[in-house]
Ligand binder design. Structure first.
Ligand SMILES: [Zn+2]
Length: 490
């Protein structure tokens, strides 16, 4: 409507102008270099109008021709980018849905259409991995690392390094994985996976000192829950104390063990290690105090055994009666703890006090029936009366009784004969918990979430270990889930 009005207005103006010129007739005369042109004013006005229109049309035509190639090129580039990003997003979806053929086709397409190496290389690497071509994937990840460094794009280099590190871990190349994780950490000091990977590899290799340094970095990066960090630190301290003791460095061993015990007073291995070293230096009272503290948190047989041995001088023959007396004090702390009665019964058996042994084993049974208490009763029956129906009765009960708790790996479910910072089956660090074996294997639980798992049985930690040499000796049948965890020792 407005356009029409505007048009009519302009038309009116032109007509008015034409009428105005027509009502004022006259002639124009041009005299130039001997040429003479004489014409009506109306004709001149009409000619000027036609000239203006032609000039306008020519300018518009020229501008259109001048701009069109650029406009055409820009349109083409936009369409290329759009198709490239479409290929990229569909490619990542194909990877996620496991469509090998589509993934590699779309990866090639995206790479041809887009100049976004951080994204197209990642898609190509993932597509190659999906197709099982690890070498090609490694090439793409390495390209990401190198081009990221060259283009000053640490994010791209970091992703490339992660891909390479995961490949190295899967292939069991732990040294290479460690170096890649260190390189990635240099790019992003607070990032989680480089630190966790380094810590896991160092701990699995038994490099306790390096693992302790990495644990400091993990702590300042707040990469794990505080209780997990504390438990890991205590486990490392116990292992470092054991290593120092094995090297004959008793003072350092004791200092490390006390640190572990102070950090985690409820930890069985820390208390046992500290108590044993304290007792060796003649501090039987301090040893008993450490054991009592852990015992109140988790009454564990290893603590009872260390308690029984706490007053004995190294090298002297053990006095069974003195041991019985010491363990009576342990029972006195809390008489409702079956472990205390079992430990006292064991000391009584050594002292050949059959009645006392039988009494405490029976008491332990009323508190919690268990296979190993029935087996001990059978042994007492044999020692006292020889083989017979009483022994067989206890053994039959033992076969029916509930299983006893053991050092079970939270990661692979394997049962370890003694506590160690590393699982003897899967090599996982700080995965052992004192609990009932069987049915509770959590092979797929990522290591970093394990800290949230509550201890299902009294006594979540600790125990006297069998020493670093025997932990990974493989004399126990390997648990099947252990093979699911990549990156064991190289
Ligand atoms: Zn394990």
């Amino acid at each position: 409507m407005r356009r029409t009005l505007w048009f009519l207005l302009r038309l009116g103006l032109v007509v008015a102008l034409a009428v105005w010129v027509a009502q004022r007739p006259g002639t124009l005369r041009l005299d130039w270099q001997g040429y003479i042109v004489q014409t009506q004013v109306g004709v001149v006005a009409a000619a000027l109008l036609v000239l203006a229109v032609v000039a306008y049309v020519l300018v518009r035509l020229f501008l259109l021709l001048w701009r069109s190639p650029r406009r055409f090129g820009a349109g083409r580039r936009t369409s290329r980018r759009t198709r490239g990003y479409q290929a990229l997003s569909r490619g990542f979806l194909a990877v996620a849905s496991g469509d090998t053929a589509a993934a590699s086709r779309l990866a090639d397409k995206a790479e041809a259409l887009l100049n976004e190496p951080s994204l197209t290389l990642l898609l190509s690497a993932q597509a190659a991995q999906l197709a099982g071509d690890e070498a090609a994937a490694a090439g793409h990840y390495a390209a990401m690392r190198d081009r990221g460094a060259a283009l000053k794009q640490p994010d791209m280099a970091f992703v490339g390094l992660r891909g390479l590190a995961l490949q190295a871990l899967a292939a069991g190349k732990t040294r290479q994985a460690l170096e890649l994780a260190q390189e990635a950490q240099a790019l992003k000091p607070k990032a989680r996976w480089p630190l966790l990977t380094q810590f896991d590899l160092q701990a699995r290799a038994g490099d306790w000192t390096a693992a302790a340094t990495t644990l400091d970095a993990l702590t300042s990066a707040k990469a794990l829950p505080p209780e997990t960090l504390r438990r890991h630190r205590a486990a490392l301290l116990v292992e470092r104390s054991r290593a120092a003791e094995a090297e004959g460095n008793q003072d350092q061993a004791l200092a490390l063990a006390r640190k572990a015990h102070d950090l985690e007073p409820g930890s069985v291995p820390a208390a046992v290690q500290a108590a044993r070293l304290l007792a060796a230096t003649g501090s039987a009272r301090a040893a008993t105090r450490a054991l009592e503290q852990a015992w109140r948190a988790s009454p564990h047989p290893d603590l009872a055994a260390a308690w029984g041995a706490a007053g004995e001088k190294a090298g002297d023959a053990a006095d069974p009666l003195a041991r019985v007396k010491r363990l009576e004090a342990l029972v006195a702390i809390d008489a409702t703890v079956p472990e205390a009665h079992v430990a006292l019964a064991d000391a009584a058996v050594e002292a050949r006090l059959w009645g006392l042994a039988r009494g405490h084993l029976t008491r332990a049974l009323t508190l919690r029936p268990s296979a190993r208490v029935y087996r001990r009763l059978a042994a007492v029956a044999v020692a006292e009366h020889g083989e017979g129906p009483e022994e067989r009765g206890h053994l039959a009960q033992a076969a029916k009784a509930a299983a006893d708790p053991a050092w079970v790996c939270r990661s692979c479910g394997g049962v370890n004969p003694a506590w160690g910072a590393l699982c003897a089956h899967c090599g996982g660090f700080d995965t052992l918990a004192w609990r009932l074996p069987g049915g509770a294997a959590q092979g797929s639980v990522p290591a970093e979430t394990l800290g949230f798992l509550p201890p299902p049985e009294p006594g979540a930690e600790g125990g006297e270990g069998a020493g670093a040499g025997s932990r990974l000796s493989g004399r126990l049948p390997s648990f099947t889930l252990a093979s699911l965890r990549p990156g064991r020792r190289s």
